[in-house]
Design a protein around this ligand. Sequence first.
Ligand code: GDP
Length: 300
Amino acid sequence: PAAPKPAGGILNKAIALTKGEVVLSEKDLEGPLWELEMALLESDVALPVAESIIKRVKEDLTGQHKKFLRSTGDLAEDALRDSIASILNTNALDFDDFVRKSNRPVVITFIGVNGAGKTTTIAKLGERLKEQGYGVVIAAGDTFRAGAIEQLEKHADRLGIKMIKHAQGADPAAVIYDAVQFAKNNKKDIVLADTAGRLHTNINLMEQLRKINRVVKPDLVIFVDEAIAGNDAVERAKLFNDAVPVSGTILTKADADAKGGAAISIAHITGKPILFLGVGQEYKDLKKFETDWFVDRLFE
Ligand code: GDP
């Protein structure tokens, strides 16, 4: 009889069992997978996320055929790389492509806790988009934190980008709505909207974010958090994503972190790609996230 066709995909290379192959059992996989799970934890991937990824790899590999010559450890590592790459799934949303193709104005809100780097990230992205030739408007949507409007305004002035603001305490949905109207009236391409990040009154904050979504219907909701945040980032990603589904994440302070597990944890929790990495305090320090580069670094 003809041999069955290979199923395709790195996890499905199995062909009919021939001489020199063995079937992988759960027991064979135990040791290598345990080591890989430890490696994930050492890279600051959150425990429940690491467990879930390893469980999936185990399910995919159990019963697969392997050649005697390949070590189970190598095979498991390949499968893990593949699994991580699919979680990071950066192909799902190409930011530049999205901006180029969307109707004007493209409205992007930035959500995340105070100190995560939202203001700096908006400024970096504002400069990047301006350099690409787009007309950019910034909306001072954090009307809660004292000094937030002024801080953002300093960046906007320095970059020569128009900023729309109301008084402190104003309704952020109204500020962002006005910025969108301004963009429409002045043929601007993109609105970058800051939002509040006070977590101690988070129920109110989540309501506010939902209201912004209803009123301005953003094209993208970008979650901003720190690469160095570890497990806290997972909790926050869950909290924010449950309130307003995020389109993608920007991880700041990646320059301070060689591990990067937060990227995997957050992508896993939100089911959405990491778009950019913040790699410093200057405007130019924004790097497009590349899965291959990241995964290679993780397995170094
Ligand atoms: P926000 O409260 O979320 O708006 O946070 P800010 O934008 O004010 O950032 C908080 C601090 O983190 C500031 O001192 C920023 O300069 C710093 N920061 C933001 N992004 C990065 C980054 O990618 N790398 C480094 N090293 N610092 C950053």
